[in-house]
Design a protein around this ligand. Structure first.
Ligand code: ZN
Length: 376
């Protein structure tokens, strides 16, 4: 992965490259950012630059042997560590390496859920245990194969269990001068403070809307400017969310959401139950994209209703819906539905049963729309 493949983050990329060129290479760096911001691509681009035999002012050369190997995630001095399904027999990353490479090459912005979904095996928990830390220590004890830097990249360090984190702490405390640790994660609050205090934090912001819109149009050539910008704004800089929205086609999401809300408003239990049936068959990413889209439309209704039409970005049929539906909402019901959708989104992230979740959401929304108190 080269810096030029990364969407947005121009200032951050320039700063990272500048630091390397001026010889300021922190031995432990923690790339921390929200989902879909590109923490892993950035850490990979940094590693590639560090290992490159002929790095330029703006990027790694992309042509030397080191760059070629790094591109394939197969550089002997680029050690890759990531969460795995633990079994009695498999406790280290190596047996999963081919799968991980393939998953990252397919979507370098992937999150834990996408990685989990790409592996076979049902409902297993991803984790990183002490055996992985022992493997890290062993690899660190070896000389760099190519005589330059040795990089230890740990993806999603927030998934390390305490035994692994503690073992890792020891190597972070006594770093080898030619070794660089790159941690790339999304959850600062789930990582040991002792690890955090030993790393230099590289804050990765969400991708800017203009850059994300351009990336969407490059990926989906049929997407024109207006919807691309609308999706970029809605996804709040999360590339995975934006791609899921573009793939799921906004129109389908809109029709599904509109029909579902109508069935809730009319309290047609059979209709929203069959919508729940359909919902439970969508992929997890699409389900989350639907919740995000629904939240966006409810906010649009609230803006319309609060007489802030300049902030309403809905177009065409959507706009028509926003106008009509906002007239049916009250401050209380709109706020209640917004909260229910947010809760549903959070539960989906924690792998809730989609069918149960959707029925519950439908029931609560139906009650809210008919202006009654929801029983807690
Ligand atoms: Zn190179």
């Amino acid at each position: 992965m080269q810096f030029n493949k990364i969407i947005g983050h121009a200032a951050l990329k320039a700063r990272l490259i500048g630091n390397i060129r001026e010889g300021r290479v922190a031995h432990a760096q923690f790339y921390l950012g929200p989902r879909g911001s590109g923490v892993l691509p950035l850490a990979l681009a940094y590693a590639t630059y560090l290992l490159c035999e002929d790095p330029g002012e703006g990027d790694s050369c992309g042509q030397c042997e080191s760059c070629m190997m790094a591109e394939k995630l197969a550089h002997p001095d680029l050690n890759l560590v990531f969460p795995i399904f633990f079994t009695d027999k498999v406790k280290t990353c190596e047996p999963y390496m081919a799968d991980w490479r393939a998953a990252v090459q397919k979507m370098p912005y992937m999150d834990a859920e996408m990685w989990r979904a790409s592996l076979t095996g049902e409902n297993k928990q991803l984790r990183m245990g002490v055996d992985i830390a022992a493997d890290v220590v062993r690899k660190l004890s070896m000389k760099p194969f190519r005589g330059g830097w040795k990089v230890m990249l740990i993806w999603l360090p927030e998934m390390m269990d305490p035994a692994m984190a503690n073992k890792l702490l020891k190597v972070l405390e006594e770093p080898d001068p030619r070794t660089v640790f790159l941690l790339a994660g999304e959850g600062q609050d789930r990582i040991l403070p002792t690890i955090l205090s030993r790393t230099q934090l590289v804050k990765v912001p969400a991708i800017g809307p203009g850059e994300l819109a351009a990336a969407l149009q490059a990926e989906f050539p049929d997407l024109t400017g207006e919807p691309a910008h609308a999706i970029a704004a809605r996804s709040e800089g999360d590339l995975l969310e934006a791609f899921a929205m573009a793939e799921g086609s906004e129109d389908q999401l809109f029709v599904f959401f509109r029909d579902w809300l109508r069935s809730c408003y009319a309290n047609k239990v059979e209709d929203y139950a069959s919508a729940g049936e359909y919902f439970s068959k969508m992929g997890r990413e699409e389900q989350k994209a639907l919740m995000t889209y629904a939240l966006h439309l409810i906010r649009q209704c609230m803006l319309q209703w609060q007489d802030l039409p300049q902030l309403v970005t809905a177009i065409g049929e959507e706009m028509d819906f926003v106008r009509k539906f906002s007239a049916l909402l009250t401050m209380g019901s709109a706020e209640g539905i917004r909260r229910e959708l947010e809760t549903a989104h959070a539960h989906l992230e924690r792998n809730a049963n989609p069918k149960v979740l959707f029925l519950d959401l439908s029931y609560r929304t139906s009650v809210l729309l008919r202006n009654k108190e929801v029983a807690v």
